[in-house]
Design a protein around this ligand. Structure first.
Ligand code: NAD
Length: 497
């Protein structure tokens, strides 16, 4: 019988009583590798309740103890790194190298969470008034919820629960139903690291489970990563319920290529950043903006892309894997057709790619368009496939205007050898993460992941110092201790005397 994915509630891996189960498939073969339940309302309720009870003890647990749990967890994740990456590669189709990156970028956040003591320090000012001191302390919120997408089943859950729990909260994770095996393995290792029962629960399902968690009276903070439509729903509903919400959404990331850039670096960087992970990264480069004479490199970029070939996760020569499911493949092929129908020039067409030995995989070959205008759907919408659009402009100013007019603001990069051009770009661009001669500028966890505009709804971002602000309340204490009980009279003003 196929493996049935359990729920994690109150420290126990339990079998769901649900009557609704979904297949988890290997996207290179369509083989069903597991069945995942849509947790029942009662199971979701149990998960929140277990987290609520555990919070009462965990919030009183010394910060050093919380940090030591993260240290043990980091150690276990490192020990099991390749095994997690293998599981991840099988259920997502990512190449083994890329799957290792997914796990590693998550481990880095756990390392960051080990610093929770210094990260959660408050501020103190002595003598804000005569013999009166003022200081702030940070306190956890309660049961925090995480809803995660399919495309980083290790890294994105690890953006969330280690930081939330290190801050003293407890957590309910609802991972993507498309690749739940990796998050379950992460949860298992968290238990093995010594997490007390109830600290982390994992429930499975789709929109019903999400909506129950989102509107529950006992879940004050919601972290979401996924598509724009769902992100908007999460942000609107959660804030309507007066919760704090951080919702990371879709993207359309541009790379600007100046004529003075290092050409080989440009060509290799565009190829890797556009089709890596089959374009299924929120930081993938999907638009290359060639400025002035750099347009002469378009044929070389096309040739570099043509050499990258998709393949199975354990094929060391494969550049990337399949789309996550047949519907995702159809969607990408639909966009390619729309581009052609709209009159764009498809200079590399991966629609009919064949991967030997894997006739049923959701393959799309590297694809590139030029002659695209900004009113075309292939420019306006997130394709989330290995499709690169080349635009051509005359000046850096034009490139900046073009990108600032695009509604998304997740990531961008520019390649140049001019410090002045790079400085102008980083200053004027309305995008939250900028790479200068770096194609995919995902910040390391001492910083935060800072998407802007339609790519992020909320105020505080993931990991870094901002995650601590998101997962805690600040309490500010103003204190005076009397040496003598002198009668200073009644003070009816707001001034401290
Ligand atoms: P998705 O929005 O379909 O699903 C994300 C999560 O929401 C899943 O757990 C899913 O079960 C749940 N969900 C789906 N439909 C729902 C609904 N109607 N109501 C409530 N919950 C629902 O996203 P996906 O396809 O898994 O992931 C790809 C998307 O995520 C892309 O748009 C990508 O750009 C985005 N993404 C963004 C970032 C970022 O940091 N900005 C990072 C990774 C992925």
């Amino acid at each position: 019988m196929t493996q049935q994915v359990p729920l994690l509630i109150n420290g126990e891996m339990i079998q769901s009583q649900s009557e609704q189960w979904l297949p988890v498939t290997n996207p290179a073969t369509q083989e069903v590798i597991a069945q995942v339940p849509c947790a029942t309302d009662a199971e979701v309720e149990q998960a929140v309740e277990a987290a609520k009870v555990a919070f009462e003890t965990w919030k009183e647990t010394p910060v050093g103890e919380r940090a030591r749990l993260m240290l043990r967890y980091q150690h276990l994740l490192k020990e099991n790194h390749d095994e997690i990456a293998t599981l991840l590669a099988q259920e997502t189709g990512k190449t083994f190298e890329d799957a290792k990156g997914d796990v590693w970028r998550g481990i880095e956040v756990v390392e960051h969470a080990c610093n929770i003591a210094s990260l959660s320090m408050g501020e103190t000012v002595e003598n804000v008034a005569r013999k009166i001191d003022c200081y702030s302390i940070t306190q956890p919120l309660g049961v925090c919820v995480g809803i995660t997408p399919f495309n980083f089943p290790a890294m994105i859950p690890l953006w969330m629960f280690p930081m939330a729990i290190a801050c003293g909260n407890t957590f309910v994770l609802k991972p993507s139903e498309q690749d739940p095996l990796t998050p379950m393995r992460l949860a298992e290792l968290f238990q093995e690291a010594g997490a007390p029962a109830g600290l982390l629960q994992v429930v499975h399902g789709t929109k019903d489970a999400v909506n129950q968690l989102l509107t529950h009276k006992d879940t004050p903070a919601i972290s979401f990563v996924g598509s724009v439509a769902v992100g908007e729903h999460i942000y609107r509903t959660g804030t309507d319920k007066m919760k704090r919400v951080q919702a990371f959404a879709g993207a359309k990331n541009h790379m600007v290529i100046m004529p003075d850039a290092a050409k080989n670096q440009v060509v290799n960087s565009i190829a890797g950043a556009s089709v890596g992970a089959a374009g299924q990264r929120c930081m993938a480069i999907s638009v290359a903006v060639f400025v002035g004479k750099s347009r002469e490199w378009i044929p070389e970029v096309r040739d570099a892309l043509a050499k990258v070939r998709p393949g199975a996760w354990n094929d060391p020569e494969a550049g990337y894997g399949p789309q996550i499911n047949p519907q995702a493949k159809e969607k990408v092929l639909g966009f390619i057709q729309q581009g052609k129908d709209a009159g764009a020039d498809c200079i590399l067409d991966g629609s009919d790619v064949v991967v030997e030995g894997y006739p049923d995989g959701n393959w799309v070959g590297p694809t590139m368009f030029r002659g695209v205008t900004t009113d075309m759907s292939i420019y306006q919408q997130e394709i989330f496939g290995p499709v690169l659009i080349a635009l051509e402009v005359e000046t850096l100013e034009e490139a900046i205007e073009l990108i600032n007019n695009n509604p998304y603001g997740n990531g961008t990069s520019m390649f140049t050898s001019s410090g002045a051009a790079a400085r102008k770009y980083q200053h004027e661009i309305k995008v939250g993460q900028v790479g200068i001669n770096v194609p995919v500028p995902v910040p390391l966890p001492m910083f935060s992941f800072t998407g802007w505009r339609k790519s992020f709804y909320g105020d505080q971002h993931a990991y870094g110092k901002q995650a601590v602000r998101f997962y805690t309340e600040t309490k500010t204490v103003t204190a005076r201790w009397f040496e003598d009980d002198i009668d200073t009279g009644v003070n009816t003003s707001i001034n401290l005397k």
